[in-house]
Design a protein around this ligand. Sequence first.
Ligand SMILES: *[C@@H]1O[C@H](CO)[C@@H](O)[C@H](O)[C@H]1NC(C)=O
Ligand SMILES: *[C@@H]1O[C@H](CO)[C@@H](O)[C@H](O)[C@H]1NC(C)=O
Ligand SMILES: *[C@@H]1O[C@H](CO)[C@@H](O)[C@H](O)[C@H]1NC(C)=O
Ligand SMILES: *[C@@H]1O[C@H](CO)[C@@H](O)[C@H](O)[C@H]1NC(C)=O
Ligand SMILES: *[C@@H]1O[C@H](CO)[C@@H](O)[C@H](O)[C@H]1NC(C)=O
Ligand SMILES: *[C@@H]1O[C@H](CO)[C@@H](O)[C@H](O)[C@H]1NC(C)=O
Length: 571
Amino acid sequence: MSSASFGWICLLLIVFVPVIDGQLTRFTGGVNGGSDCATCSIVLGLIDKLSIVYNTSVVNTLERFCNLLPGQYKLYCKAAVDFLGPYIVDAFIKGDNPDVICHSLKICHDTAGQPKCRIYPQDPSISVPQRALDLLRRHPYINAHFKDNPKICDFPGIKEICKILDNVFNNHIPLVDLDHDKFGEEVTLRGSSWRGKDCNDASASVHPGAHVVNSDVTVDHNCNGILGMDSTSGRAYEDEFCNDTRRLGIAVLGDSISAHFHIPEQWMDAREFSVAAFEHLPFILENELDWPQMSATTGHVNVSWPNIEGDTRSLYLRLFDLDHCNHRDYQNIAVNGARSGSMLDIMKALARDPKNDVPLLVIYSLVGNDVCNGHPDTIDHMTTVEEMYKNVFTTLTYLDTVLPKGSHVVTTGLANGSMLYDLLHNHIHPFGRVGVPLTYPQMYDYLSCLQISPCNGWLTSNATLRDLTTQRAVDLSGAVRNASFTYQPRNYDIDYLDFPFDAVIQEWVAQGGQPWQIVESIDGFHINQYGHALVSDVLWAWLQKQHPQWLPPMNPHNADIERVFKDQGGY
Ligand SMILES: *[C@@H]1O[C@H](CO)[C@@H](O)[C@H](O)[C@H]1NC(C)=O
Ligand SMILES: *[C@@H]1O[C@H](CO)[C@@H](O)[C@H](O)[C@H]1NC(C)=O
Ligand SMILES: *[C@@H]1O[C@H](CO)[C@@H](O)[C@H](O)[C@H]1NC(C)=O
Ligand SMILES: *[C@@H]1O[C@H](CO)[C@@H](O)[C@H](O)[C@H]1NC(C)=O
Ligand SMILES: *[C@@H]1O[C@H](CO)[C@@H](O)[C@H](O)[C@H]1NC(C)=O
Ligand SMILES: *[C@@H]1O[C@H](CO)[C@@H](O)[C@H](O)[C@H]1NC(C)=O
């Protein structure tokens, strides 16, 4: 394996494979080449579209494409172009489309008895496998490199890259955490984007959410940036400005919605390709293509990159606004693809000690993956009502062993995904805005053909199937509700609410928006930044109405804290 093709495949890998629904478990899934095939076809499709946008040859385009990427990715890309460039250029000149090229590389194939999967409209008189064979015959060198049905992660060298990504995507605690208190000082890799920044990574007793010890005169145990003595009054600042018994942290146990999955639209729309669009690629991948730092529950910054429109509003920021002593006390324990079963493992990544930490408000919200999967017999792979009830009950039981007395838990039901199809089926996918148009249903059908759809039950033009999936979601929501009211917690109180998608849409429309504008454009599946801010508005209003006593009172010393401690150490 030459390092050049290694580089090329890395590029495909990083840009699209883990991206299809942000779930690496589907890495090996699918038929006819599955996600490897989609990756190949979509990246080559982008090259094709770029040459339309730039009105230039594919050779020039390949080089331009590489120059857009940051650091090491640029080098991988250039090496790859040296190796595969002439092959791809020859194919495009002869009129072959990405479906043909990816078949010739044996990354895509047609399995007997399965439908043929194509992302490009096809002249029925042309056989893709035949053209692929012709193409390959003209290039014996390539032919020698690509044996039958290669899997991207089987290649020597790629294995290591896959392992790195695997590590990023499958670990839910900070990668760098010297004192093992599940809080770290880095930003990405489950660092402070996800959990409040640790202010001493050499001491496990120092972390966000900890109780004040000895008035935090010399050590800031809870990392809220407030410590020391006020020399004029002779009192400790924590005693003067904060009341430890009234503090409240926030955590979410959730899926890609709670983690705020988002693929920058600029990566899929050839007209918007720019150096700026790819500048933050490594950061974004290290955060699993999630944006917890801007999410409805744990958001704490605005990001001014050219990727996201809309401000951050969150439950955390509201708790902070009420009482600045809560600074940094947030944990986003959400994982792309999480369902009630996998949450039984994921929940152990939550960091809380019943004795040494202050109470926590926990949101348990799994809105789709228990009904969503890419199997053709999708209904048989959905969680049953009994399983759902048991899983939720087990999680609630576990929470009683880690949450401090005085904590609160809110569970939510599943979303109504039927709305997604209704909102988007008439729209053009960003990938199809240049060249041949591609609608959302066409994109769904392609992913579904490869059996890598994030949700066959909802992202389908089959209305019966969509209704059946929504019915199961309603039943599972009933099970969440039932478990929430049946379990008798010792250390917290609990309430349930239906996932407020309806209320969010109503609110957005009232502000003059169109409902489809709050759905992520690339995946057509998640809510975007506007949606996140609105979800936090709706949840907060619900808490204020239903459980005002759960929320801490306004701290009269917030202005004093700002005066003395400025940004309290930031994030
Ligand atoms: C594309 O470039 C060719 C020459 O390279 C030129 O004749 C043509 O007008 C250009 N098309 C557009 C749309 O700019
Ligand atoms: C802190 O708040 C609790 C509960 O509201 C109250 O009982 C206590 O007196 C307060 N302590 C101080 C030092 O103000
Ligand atoms: C984000 O920006 C808005 C204004 O555009 C501002 O009101 C808000 O305070 C900012 N939020 C944060 C966390 O900086
Ligand atoms: C789900 O949404 C669709 C509209 O998109 C609506 O027709 C249906 O009644 C909703 N179902 C439930 C259970 O809310
Ligand atoms: C639509 O889905 C239902 C339920 O899975 C199935 O019975 C039916 O055959 C499907 N219809 C079509 C046209 O595929
Ligand atoms: C709720 O749970 C109880 C006890 O396990 C069970 O009898 C009842 O049928 C459940 N109801 C629903 C709607 O799941």
